[in-house]
Design a binder for this molecule. Structure first.
Ligand SMILES: NC(=O)C1=CN([C@@H]2O[C@H](COP(=O)(O)OP(=O)(O)OC[C@H]3O[C@@H](n4cnc5c(N)ncnc54)[C@H](OP(=O)(O)O)[C@@H]3O)[C@@H](O)[C@H]2O)C=CC1
Ligand SMILES: O=C1OC[C@@H](O)[C@H](O)[C@H]1O
Length: 349
């Protein structure tokens, strides 16, 4: 099955995804939509589209019969309306993370997709990667880790040079660390807590958080969270957009610890090796390096092909990020924001 993709938006990640579609085995780019025809044509030229495949509105892509599925990659506050329109146009969709701003919005998107029988996935691409799948299998097996006690996840980068016009620093565009990258460690903790209980994901029973909100931009510059799950599993999360820091993750169990230096972007070698490191708590053992067998290295091609596999299997969700998982994710994100006092216009809707 080869999926015919349309991309809605021509920004940073749109380019990454279009590049990935060149190597994806089960999909190709058929159209792009932008708020301006000029941007659409410039983008399309880079990826081999004809001018007729480059639309000066998102709506035109939704009406394009050569498109099966759209990739929604506008700023987060735009996702909700675009996803509902895509569902009404009977297009399947992969929506960038966070899929929407609030739990209420996520319910609206899921309802629209279910009633129009279209596929929906929140694009936490790292969830599809073999490295993540191997870690999940190791945690589920339990022989090395024992009982999971603490999950630690960080994602931060220095976004100050992007400047005040960037969506990252604008409250009305959903700016701040929690919404941009805090969702990665949150979704990771929920994935691993679930694996430790032989489930696809788990939702925290307690979310505590603090953070720093810039008084001028009204977005969070950094934030931390402590989570409690059932069966005594806990998690520590850090996110920030003011500095690069170690973005590795750790799972600490009763018998040993797994460390993954480069979980979020294993396609970028500069961020660290693609491998899982295991150290038993037995003082006499050395760190074991567990390699990750890879047939494909492009993370976004892996994601696009996972979407194609789900659709070929007549599924309306992807097993790596199901719709219930997405609902649990937005609830936990809403709680984290509430703890920190981070508010957006959508909280009043
Ligand atoms: N999975 C991942 O690794 C990544 C995911 N993302 C996610 O993708 C989304 C987009 O991020 P990114 O590509 O960095 O963002 P950019 O700001 O680079 O691009 C966003 C694009 O959205 C379109 N757009 C529609 N409405 C607006 C608006 N009101 N203001 C600005 N742009 C608008 C524009 O395209 P046009 O002008 O053509 O209409 C713009 O180029 C975010 O939700 C983000 O969280 C981002 C980076 C990495
Ligand atoms: O998802 C993301 O990952 C990488 C970051 O640079 C980007 O801002 C974010 O949206």
């Amino acid at each position: 099955m080869s999926l015919r993709w349309g991309i809605l938006g021509t920004g940073n990640i749109a380019n990454t995804f279009a590049t990935a579609l060149k190597v994806a085995k089960k999909g190709s780019l058929m159209a792009v939509g932008s708020r301006s025809k000029e941007s659409a044509v410039a983008f399309g030229q880079t990826y081999g589209l004809e001018p007729a495949q480059c639309h000066g509105s998102y709506e035109a892509v939704l009406q394009d019969p050569s498109v099966d599925i759209v990739y929604i990659c506008s700023p987060h506050p735009c996702h909700h309306a675009m996803a509902i329109q895509a569902a009404q146009a009977k297009k399947h969709m992969l929506v960038e993370k966070p899929i929407a701003m609030t739990e209420k919005q996520v319910h609206g998107i899921i309802e629209a997709c279910r009633s129009n029988n279209v596929f929906l996935m929140e694009a936490y691409m790292y969830r599809c990667h073999p490295q993540t799948r191997l870690l999940v299998d190791l945690v589920r097996a339990g022989d090395k880790i024992g009982k999971v006690k603490l999950i630690r996840g960080n994602f931060s980068f220095d976004g100050r040079s992007l400047g005040p016009s960037s969506r990252l620093w604008r409250n009305e565009l959903g700016g701040g660390a929690i919404m941009d990258i805090g969702g990665y460690p949150m979704s990771f903790a929920r994935l691993i807590a679930g694996a430790s209980q032989q489930k696809g994901f788990a939702n925290p029973i307690k979310v505590k958080g603090v953070g720093y909100i810039q008084p001028d931009t009204k977005v969070d510059e950094w934030a931390v969270a402590s989570l409690e799950f059932e069966q005594g599993v806990t998690a520590q999360l850090f996110t920030g957009v003011f500095a690069d820091s170690d973005c590795g993750v750790e799972v600490i169990g009763s018998e040993g610890t797994f460390k993954v230096p480069n979980l979020w972007r294993p396609d970028l070698a500069v961020l660290g090796p693609v491998q899982i490191e295991y150290k038993s708590h037995n003082a006499n053992t050395k760190t074991e390096i567990i390699p990750v067998p890879l047939e494909e290295t492009n993370l976004f091609a892996i994601e696009a092909d996972a979407v194609a596999d789900a659709l070929a299997d007549k599924q309306q969700q992807c097993k790596y990020m199901t719709l219930d998982d997405t609902l649990g994710q937005v609830r936990a994100m809403d709680q984290w924001r509430q703890e920190v006092g981070l508010r957006y216009q959508e909280d009043q809707d």
